[in-house]
Design a protein around this ligand. Structure first.
Ligand SMILES: [Zn+2]
Length: 234
């Protein structure tokens, strides 16, 4: 199996035990490799309390992609890295952590992680696992808290009918009127294309799935949990 830069197996979501977690006390969802999730969640929670509040749309965990400007698989592709408040700490810019820089690197090190602030090309939003599996397991055990429960977010994807689909289509049609999306309550290829277009325009991952973040952009996140009809679980 391919590995990401830190030596952890990388691959498709179905090949790895990737689950979605909520950073406790926030509405930040992170998809992470389950066995190292407690370390990355502890880092995220500490960041939220110490550095600055985390913004739900600015944080990312698992993502199958290469490192910026290279062809090596990013540690995000193994679910062993997080980006926190990305727009506030753009890749390539040093100094965005201000007086917290040392605290961030130390906190990360204490959890078997490394801050991207230490990369040759600064990446201060980024924190990654740098220890092997056995050490990671010891560090997780040392946290003394059980891994937080995975909380799959509600999603609407291609094939869904009824339920919240018409409402989502109405909003998508308003966002992208030039696509001529028809509100028929059937999440087909045209709806999926509209979701991708919205995601592209708003800087989200373009997966064509209406998950928590995309729903929030549409302004209907409050309804999401009530959407049993047509809703699937990611
Ligand atoms: Zn990153």
């Amino acid at each position: 199996m391919a590995t990401s830069r830190n030596g952890w197996p990388a691959g498709d979501r179905t090949e790895l035990d990737i689950r979605t977690f909520v950073v406790p006390g926030t509405d930040v969802h992170l998809a992470l490799r389950a066995d190292v999730a407690p370390l990355l969640l502890e880092m995220a929670l500490w960041w939220h309390r110490t550095v600055e509040p985390l913004h739900a749309d600015w944080c990312e965990g698992y993502s199958y992609r290469c490192v910026h400007g290279g062809d090596a698989l990013s540690n995000h592709a193994s679910g062993t890295a997080v980006d926190l408040n990305a727009p506030l700490h753009p890749t390539g810019r040093a100094g965005t952590l201000g007086r917290f820089r040392v605290a961030v690197t130390r906190k990360a090190a204490s959890l078997g992680l490394r801050s991207g602030a230490l990369h040759r090309r600064p990446d201060e939003m980024h924190v990654e696992v740098i220890v092997p599996a056995q050490r990671a397991a010891e560090l997780v055990a040392a946290l003394g808290t059980p891994p937080p429960p995975a909380t799959p977010g509600p999603v609407l994807r291609r094939g869904a009918r009824g339920g919240a689909v018409p409402e989502a289509q109405r909003l998508l049609a308003a966002w992208c009127p030039y696509l001529g999306l028809v509100v028929d309550g059937d999440f087909g290829p045209a709806t999926e294309a509209a979701v991708r277009e919205l995601q592209r325009r708003t800087g989200l991952a373009t997966d064509g799935v209406l998950g928590p973040r995309t729903l929030r952009v549409l302004g209907i996140s409050d309804l999401a949990r009530a959407w049993a009809g047509g809703a699937d679980v990611a």
